[in-house]
Design a protein around this ligand. Sequence first.
Ligand code: C2O
Ligand code: CU
Ligand code: CU
Length: 567
Amino acid sequence: MKRILLLITATSISVALNAQNQLVIPSVLNGPNYNLTLQEGTNEFYPGITTNTMGANGDLLGPTLMMTKGDNISITVDNQLMEPTTIHWHGMHVAPQNDGGPHSVIAAGTTWNPQFEVMDKAGMNWYHPHLHMMTDMHVSKGIAGLIIVRDTEEAGLNLPLTYGVDEFPIILQTKGFDANGQIEVHTEMDTSVLVNGTPHTFTDLPAQVVRLRVLNGASQRAFELGFSDNRTFSLIGTDGGLLTAPVSLTRYRMAPGQRADILVDLSTSQGQAFQLMNFGSELPNAIYGALQPGMGPGATIPNYTSNPLNGSDFAFLDINVVAPTPSPITTIPASLATFTIIPEASANITRTLTFTSAGAMGNLVGPFLINGAEFDMATINYTVPLNNTEIWTLTNQTPIAHPFHIHDVQFFILDINGVPPPPALSGYNDVVLVPAGMGEVRFIAKFENFANDTIPYMYHCHMLTHEDMGMMGQFIVSDPFSGLEEQSASSFQLYPNPTNGELFIATMAGETNFETYEIFDYQGKQMQAGELSGSTTKLSFEASNGMYWIKLANKEKKVALKRFTIK
Ligand code: C2O
Ligand code: CU
Ligand code: CU
């Protein structure tokens, strides 16, 4: 098939705009009951070429699910594909059985009906299939959609909130097509640039503050987002919600899976035409999308250099600025959300995840390993105690950057190669690009609310080729004492906490009359046990730094539980 590529160089940026296709705005589904039917279909990405596709409630992509924090919702996913799949709510804090990971298979011809409370802050998440080894197939064929969550904090900020009028969903993808015009999977020849499923798109935007809700939904490619005239924009939110204040930028790097919430002030731009661009020439090497995807001698991906998008600047969307809407938003708020970054000192444990190549050093194709292993459906890689606050250190010993994603939580980045994150990366994230060649990222997260001893959550590289080939692991969040801790708050005193090993237990005579104690490590293994002596018992407990539980019991087997930390 003929490939029409609009390549724009820095010197020819004012070329006439020549996109032919109007930007498609995905339709909206409102709650509390959502119905998604996964189906096979066809689409003419290019005139006269019929391409086989997959979509939700249509031939390609899916509707935008509008949700409000606090809503109790029900989603019925009807799998009318000829094959099994799953649907994952990327970015949402839901119980493992509702998360739609590779263990929650929806067989062909069956339905899946997760029901949950929306606990997320205002932000943009997305849904996509997650069947092991088939994720790229199902996403590239077309199944993906947006989830926009609103909350009262956002409602009080005078932000553009009218979908399709001053707030625009922008799903950025690249795809590869074979000689018959069919979608290629696990390809390095992703030469077609699509916005909301359409190549060569244009749109009118009103001359006021407009909000772009951008998703990098590409299978592998990172983008260096900006505008053709280098105008500034305000980044107001990242993966998991709004930042504390807008960050003024001319470029924003987006790895696969990441979202950006962007305000552009077009108040004085009526009549102007410009483009939303990828400045691929500015991507540093060792990122998929740059001129060189890897670092070091011999670092190559087959066919990579023949893909004209690599290291190139190209347009996503031609924009014409037209008259403003009635009562437009014309200002950008000075401050946004209120939240506290989890302090590093509150972490109970640090876990280290090391990325390596299974092939020779210099291998950019993979498979890539995490801690020396490929993903195994039957292996739980980590057990995280419920309510644990953890630091994860990601070390990348491969020559290519990997966008690391974790389910269940939004995290705060502590540092990237030892440097604290810039303001744009200081909010809630669920994907982080880990630099190549001994690059290191540390993040902190708290694993709250949901525990399940059998169904795990995933963490993985969001380059879908890497994920499918096994650059993934899984963890369960475990609550060995299911809920006891909350009831025990005032039943006894434990101090000092944190401790260096000396602990005092103070009990009150009367109702409880605790007589024995047991200490457990974070996996529920008993470390020490004994009898209490009177109302104050002094214990010495020798163990390595970390989090432990202490459990008291009386003759009637009534128990109380607290956690403490050794530092
Ligand atoms: Cu967007 Cu585990 O996925
Ligand atoms: Cu996810
Ligand atoms: Cu990767």
